[in-house]
Design a protein around this ligand. Structure first.
Ligand SMILES: Nc1nc2c(ncn2[C@@H]2O[C@H](COP(=O)(O)OP(=O)(O)OP(=O)(O)O)[C@@H](O)[C@H]2O)c(=O)[nH]1
Ligand SMILES: [Mg+2]
Length: 294
């Protein structure tokens, strides 16, 4: 098959609640509004995905959290972009419910469509910096020892895969991506430490945060045994806390921060991307880097 334009594929992957849909909404606002100069610019859009992106961007503009992406399946999104040299690049990403990645971890199962997508491109891994499940919290030990919830005190609760720390699940996911049937040789990986507005209070750079909070993931990547070429970014796709979405929670709360975010002159300025000591609003920078490798 002959293709006139380059068609790189970037897969956005992440556990449930890692910020995948929010990232796509912020990216769509950024390139469509043209409020801020970006490395890659919007060219045109393929028709089928228009409604979905507009639906998620509407919530983003109102500073309201996204609904959970439905199990009903993967939304495949394509954007036609151009780079600084006016070369046309069509980028496709799936917006997949995080549960599909959880299924890979818990049940060792993958849907065919997702498998095809994951084997086709470079990877953007989203991590919610505000929801990292650390190894062995004392409360978890208590739970495992049967001292809370589930059953009589004498009977320890059964361990379940979902109790595993975030970094264990992520390393497993990355290992799957480097083995059959998902392998495709060396790949680039952009690790996005998301909800950075909540994580930055610790005073660490994104790379140091990765080393401190997800040391096993950090060592897996640095050891180079699976051949990832990676970069770590800090990402705030919202700029702060949005109002809760009543689709997720009937008692959804409004949040103070959301008012500030609604009042910015250019909504694109909510977005923050940190890398190597520099900060910008340009979410297309990691995309450009991920595409470079094709
Ligand atoms: N503070 C803050 N929260 C964020 C940011 N980005 C995402 N979140 C929050 O993270 C949660 C999950 O975001 P989603 O975009 O729905 O995550 P997802 O990966 O699409 O989740 P699933 O579709 O359920 O797999 C929501 O509560 C968001 O408001 C951010 O930049 N800052
Ligand atoms: Mg989602």
């Amino acid at each position: 098959m002959m293709a006139a334009i380059v068609e790189p594929n970037v897969s956005i992957v992440g556990l449930p609640g890692s910020g995948k849909t929010t990232f796509l909404a912020a990216l769509w606002h950024l390139i469509q509004s043209d409020e801020i100069a970006t490395r890659l610019r919007f060219a045109s859009m393929s028709n089928e995905d228009y409604a979905y992106l507009n639906q998620i961007v509407k919530l983003w503009r109102r500073a309201t959290e996204q609904g959970r992406t439905q199990i009903a399946g993967m939304k495949s999104i394509s954007m036609n972009l151009v780079d600084a040299a006016d070369r046309a690049i069509r980028v496709t990403f799936p917006d997949v419910p995080g549960e599909d990645y959880r299924t890979m971890w818990e049940d060792r199962k993958i849907d065919e469509g997702l498998a095809e997508n994951l084997s086709a491109g470079n990877i953007m891994l989203l991590i919610n910096g505000d929801r990292i499940k650390s190894p062995a919290w004392i409360t978890e030990r208590m739970h495992l020892a049967g001292k809370v919830e589930n059953g009589p005190v004498e009977e320890p609760a059964r361990w379940e895969p979902r109790l595993a720390p975030t970094q264990v699940q992520l390393v497993d996911l990355l290992q799957h991506l480097m083995r059959r049937p998902l392998a495709r040789g060396r790949r680039r990986l952009a690790v996005m430490m998301g909800a950075w507005d909540q994580a930055e209070g610790e005073g660490l750079s994104p790379s140091d945060f990765q080393a401190a909070r997800l040391p096993m993931l950090d060592q897996y990547l640095k050891s180079g045994r699976d051949g990832w070429t990676f970069r770590t970014y800090g990402l705030s796709a919202q700029g702060g806390e949005f109002d809760e979405n009543d689709e997720n929670n009937a008692a959804a709360k409004a949040r103070e921060d959301a008012n500030r975010l609604r009042e910015l002159d250019h909504l694109s300025k909510r977005i923050r991307l940190l890398s190597d000591g520099t900060e910008s609003h340009d979410l297309t920078e990691p995309l450009e880097w991920l595409m470079d490798d094709q």
